[in-house]
Design a protein around this ligand. Structure first.
Ligand SMILES: NC(=O)c1ccc[n+]([C@@H]2O[C@H](COP(=O)([O-])OP(=O)(O)OC[C@H]3O[C@@H](n4cnc5c(N)ncnc54)[C@H](OP(=O)(O)O)[C@@H]3O)[C@@H](O)[C@H]2O)c1
Length: 269
């Protein structure tokens, strides 16, 4: 990119993005400035990545071309109010804070700065995030492009209307937790059947990786892929019958709808 990228709140999410962007070469260490709250955290990050890190978010915001906001949702109000006098319409603000609408960010910043809101997920730590990006009122194609480039270096990106972000939060934001829960249950099943934890874990993890790769690479419908391993009178259909009897499919529909409702409640707080 051209110019300076400032990451306000280089915690788990901010650090993962920093790491991915430096590794990809999209920015050089000299183009990046980060802020955190604790000086000792700043020192550790500066030593690890060779970028400028301090605790002065106001000064950092003043020199930014792109401001990536990655503090916790409950810290957003104080941070945005603090940096507002230094933020202007020539910059782009990209927020990854869950549940904070662009209207709130725009109001707190009080300028004409374009804002793009992102909902990403925890596989950002291994450059396999799924991120959805939504424009605020003043964000145009160029600003969306900046956000897409940032998130595209650490995974895949889709564009959505902001009203869909609670659904995205429920599906892909919380999604890794559902997959980890499934992995845990399948590993327990392996142990129940007499396998060691180590072998059961290897079997389950690689089955998940391989299945996800087949879904992504072939573009075939999940039903079609499942049918391809479900032979008449065989083992898989015996398991599928139990899953249907236990209403696992309905449980997923209800669970993900509950997560969306909760995301809406939290955003309204
Ligand atoms: N983790 C994920 O995978 C994930 C996924 C989706 C969305 N998100 C979103 O990403 C955001 C960050 O989450 P996280 O898990 O990365 O949290 P985190 O690890 O707690 O990081 C937040 C960082 O913000 C810093 N900070 C707090 N107030 C600050 C201020 N006024 N100025 C500068 N820095 C400040 C903290 O500094 P200190 O460490 O020095 O206290 C901390 O490093 C959240 O809004 C969350 O909704 C995260």
């Amino acid at each position: 990119m051209d110019g300076t990228l400032v990451i306000l709140g280089a915690g788990r999410m901010g650090e993962a993005l920093l790491k991915g962007l430096l590794r990809s070469g999209w920015v050089t260490p000299g183009q990046v400035r980060c802020t955190v709250r604790r000086p000792e955290h700043a020192q550790r990050l500066a030593a690890a990545f060779g970028v400028r890190v301090d605790t002065d978010s106001v000064a950092a915001a003043a020199e930014a071309d792109v401001i990536l906001v990655a503090v916790k949702p409950q810290d957003m109000r104080a941070l945005l109010t603090e940096i507002a006098p230094k933020v202007h319409a020539e910059q782009t603000v990209v927020s990854v804070a869950a549940g904070v609408p662009t209207t709130v960010i725009e109001r707190l910043l009080g300028s004409d700065v374009p804002v793009v809101r992102v909902m990403s997920n925890v596989p950002v730590q291994v450059d396999e995030a799924m991120s959805a990006i939504a424009p605020g009122r003043r964000a145009e194609a160029g600003h969306m492009d900046v956000a897409e480039q940032i998130l595209g270096h650490v995974g895949k990106v889709v564009h959505v209307d902001e009203r869909h972000l609670d659904a995205v939060t429920a599906l892909s934001g919380s999604g890794p937790a559902y997959v980890f829960l499934l992995a845990e249950a399948m590993i327990d099943a392996g142990i129940l059947l007499g396998l060691s934890r180590d072998v059961a874990t290897q079997l389950v993890v690689q089955t998940m990786v391989g299945s996800a790769k087949m879904l992504g690479d072939t573009g075939r419908h999940p039903v079609e892929l499942r049918e391809s391993v479900t032979s008449p009178g065989g083992t898989t259909i015996s398991a599928v019958r139990v899953l249907e009897q236990e209403r696992v499919r309905a449980a997923f529909l209800n669970a993900i709808e509950a997560a969306k409702l909760r995301a809406g409640e939290l955003a309204g707080d």
